[in-house]
Ligand binder design. Structure first.
Ligand SMILES: Cc1cc2nc3c(=O)[nH]c(=O)nc-3n(C[C@H](O)[C@H](O)[C@H](O)COP(=O)(O)O)c2cc1C
Length: 354
């Protein structure tokens, strides 16, 4: 017997209105539309209690996830809207990417919709308020789901000093984080992806693991470490990186970030520089996910990100070995109802994905 997921009334209204809201928002400049949508969501949900929907709960990386559908990094970079986003039903929310010092990111325009492709190209460049401001915000937030904190280095930090940036963010944000994502795969910070080169990656991950142990001891809580990888790598590179993650005993991998490749696209904005996400990324990131599963087995958690645009996409990622899935572009094109749709679908197919 399938139990129906109880949805909040305000979110149900929002889901009904989404086709109209989408048309209005898509008529606006994408970054402005995003900010406006978030403010609207905040107004709609602020006075009501929020809690992640409990559906298909699971233990992963030593943490209990109330459901396996999460928000991907970049959507709420500065942790301003955790409550509202939680109201949509996510089992976990990943904020960031956060850097030690605040930075403005790249000049606008830096976010492009490719409507016909159901895709986005972005070259935001880690625009964020910096770790101290975000830490204060998180201190005031009593969110009951799992909170991931995605961290990176400042644009003007040389790669030789990158480890210090990641460590500074961990130290500052650890009291508020349930897990950390070491982001070495965003394509919009020059040189960041070079940190995926095996020697650099080993040095970085080994250092942050030492700090992780210290923080876990001091804070008396688990603080799993996850690395987010790019889908733009050949099989040898990907295998090398994944074996390193496995051998170091990292807790998880996010597979994957956006791609700099341009599979056949119809959108006018195809020439724009930046990372591509959404439907054209689904297959590429799933291919990487399968490789990851083969190498990591059950030892390392797999968080699937990349082109989850439907319940079927989410289910397929789970079938390929994902423990959890994350949404970004799917939320833009399909609206908040997508979370509930996926959760219902997963519940109906519980046997297959348990
Ligand atoms: C506008 C935008 C900003 C993003 N910012 C970040 C970020 O700051 N850090 C990060 O790790 N990923 C970032 N991402 C990547 C997403 O977290 C996600 O991995 C990627 O978009 C693939 O998932 P999707 O196809 O569901 O969008 C961003 C994506 C978009 C579209």
């Amino acid at each position: 017997m399938i139990r129906k997921i109880i949805q909040r009334k305000d979110v149900m209204v929002l889901n009904k209105l989404f086709p109209v809201i989408k048309r209005l928002l898509f008529a606006l400049e994408p970054e402005y539309a995003h900010d406006l949508a978030m403010k609207g969501l905040h107004l709609l949900t602020r006075s009501n209690p929020y809690d992640p929907i409990i559906c298909n709960p699971r233990e992963c990386m030593g943490l209990i996830f109330k459901n396996p559908v999460g928000l991907a990094a970049g959507f709420d970079k500065n942790a301003n809207y955790i409550h509202s986003l939680s109201g949509i039903g996510f089992g976990f929310i990943e904020v960031g990417t956060i850097t030690p010092r605040p930075q403005k990111g790249n000049p606008r325009p830096r976010l492009f919709r490719l409507e016909k492709d159901e895709a986005i190209i972005n070259r935001m460049g880690f625009n964020n308020d910096g770790m101290a401001v975000v830490a204060k915000r998180l201190e005031r937030c009593n969110y009951s789901g799992i909170l991931g904190v995605n961290i990176g280095k400042n644009k003007d930090t040389h790669n030789d000093k990158a480890t210090e940036d990641y460590e500074a963010c961990m130290t500052c944000l650890a009291p508020h984080a349930d897990y950390f994502v070491i982001n070495v795969s965003s394509p919009n910070t020059p040189g960041l992806r070079d940190l995926q080169e095996i020697k650099c990656l080993e040095k970085l991950l080994t250092s942050v693991q030492i700090l992780q142990k210290r923080l876990q001891h001091t804070l008396k809580k688990p603080l799993p470490l996850v690395v987010k990888l790019a889908p733009d790598a050949d099989l040898n590179q990907q295998t090398e990186r994944l074996k390193l993650v496995r051998d170091l005993g990292l807790e998880g991998v996010v597979m994957s970030n956006t791609t700099v490749s341009r599979p056949a696209l119809q959108g006018k904005q195809v020439e724009e520089k930046g990372g591509l996400s959404g439907a054209p990324l689904t297959a590429l990131s799933s291919d990487m996910l399968k490789v990851a599963k083969q190498i990591l087995g059950r030892k390392v958690a797999l968080i699937a990100s990349g082109g989850v645009m439907s319940s079927e996409d989410a289910m397929e990622k789970m079938a390929f070995g994902a423990d959890l899935v994350q949404l970004y572009t799917g939320l833009v094109y399909r609206g908040p109802a997508l979370v509930n749709e996926i959760l219902t679908y997963l519940m109906e197919h519980q046997q297959a994905c348990a």
